[in-house]
Design a binder for this molecule. Structure first.
Ligand code: PEP
Ligand code: MN
Length: 299
């Protein structure tokens, strides 16, 4: 009776032959692929012609969500003029409420491609569902895994088989060890192009949206060869704190920052409160350039 049921559910030969669950265990490398022991020199991740993890401090900027052609082209042009080298924008948005704007989906991806065509900036955008990877892959130069999906292991494994760099954000409640193991999933599945992003963690403090863990940068740079960037926007949640924390990120040795920018934050469909205006972003870039001169970090 059991044999008949086994046949019906289609259990693989190897399992029936006695290899059992062991057959599903991956051969473990001597040390984790993300670790400094496995590779002493820093990994440089290339996104188009942009390098993340090299001598330059990489600035990624753009709106939280893609909203329209005008919004994307205007924002992309403004951030490029101010010195950003990569454009961000979400077409699939992980929102706390199902009634909030969920993103434009494929239309949004097309608008990102349009903004890239106009400005020449490569684009980074989030994938939330592994079923959307083939579509997102067609449009994005770099694929983002958001904080809420950092331990979606089936998504990570699938991104390990994609030939695009991945921006992996730390979760609200993930330890640095857990973040590194999530990155390990992508590397172990065959994709070595991973950039880590500290974006604030949940603490008892309510004055800011999250608490920016800048010490994470020091710890990660010690433990892994992968590039590490900081997202001060989601960390603090208020635009007036974004530039100081971006300067902090440069001071502690991050490889770059990702910042939200919107031409009219008060009408933004998502995260307007933490979005810089183009003028504020330009001022922030000026401050980073001055700081970068003494730290030998060109932006
Ligand atoms: C984002 O970068 O658009 C985003 C949703 O960030 P996080 O996943 O860090 O909340
Ligand atoms: Mn956002």
């Amino acid at each position: 009776m059991i044999a008949a049921r086994v046949e019906r559910v289609g259990i693989p030969e190897a399992v029936l032959a006695g290899a059992g669950p062991q057959a599903c265990v991956k051969a473990k490398p001597k040390c984790n692929l993300v670790s400094r022991e496995s590779q002493a020199q820093d990994t440089v991740v290339r996104v188009g012609t942009v390098q993340i993890g090299g001598p330059r401090f990489t600035v990624i900027a753009g709106p939280c969500s893609v909203e329209s052609a005008e919004q994307m082209v205007a924002t992309a042009t403004a951030v490029k003029t101010a010195g950003a080298v990569l454009l961000r924008g979400g077409a699939y948005k992980p929102r706390t409420s199902p009634y909030s704007f969920q993103g434009m989906g494929e239309e949004g991806l097309k608008l990102l491609a349009l903004a890239r065509e106009v400005t020449g900036l490569p684009v980074v955008t989030e994938v939330m569902d592994s079923g959307d990877i083939p579509l997102v892959e067609q449009y994005a130069d770099m694929i983002q895994v958001g904080a809420r999906n950092v331990q979606n292991f089936s998504l990570l494994k699938k991104l390990g088989r994609v030939n695009k760099p991945v921006l992996l954000k730390r979760g609200l409640m993930t330890t640095l060890e857990e973040l590194l193991m999530s990155a390990e999933y992508i590397l172990a599945a065959g994709n070595p192009q991973v950039v880590l992003c500290e974006r604030g963690i949940r603490t008892f403090e309510t004055a800011t949206r999250n608490t920016l863990d800048l010490s994470a940068v020091c710890v990660l740079k010690e433990r892994t060869h992968l590039p590490v960037i900081v997202d001060p926007s989601h960390a603090v949640g208020h635009r007036r704190y974004v530039a100081p924390m971006a300067r902090g990120a440069m001071a502690v040795g991050a490889d770059g920052v990702m910042v939200e920018v919107h031409c009219s934050p008060e009408t933004a469909l998502c995260d307007g409160e933490q979005s810089l205006t183009p003028a504020e972003f330009t001022a922030m870039m000026g401050e980073l350039a001055v700081m970068g001169r003494s730290l030998h970090r060109e932006i």
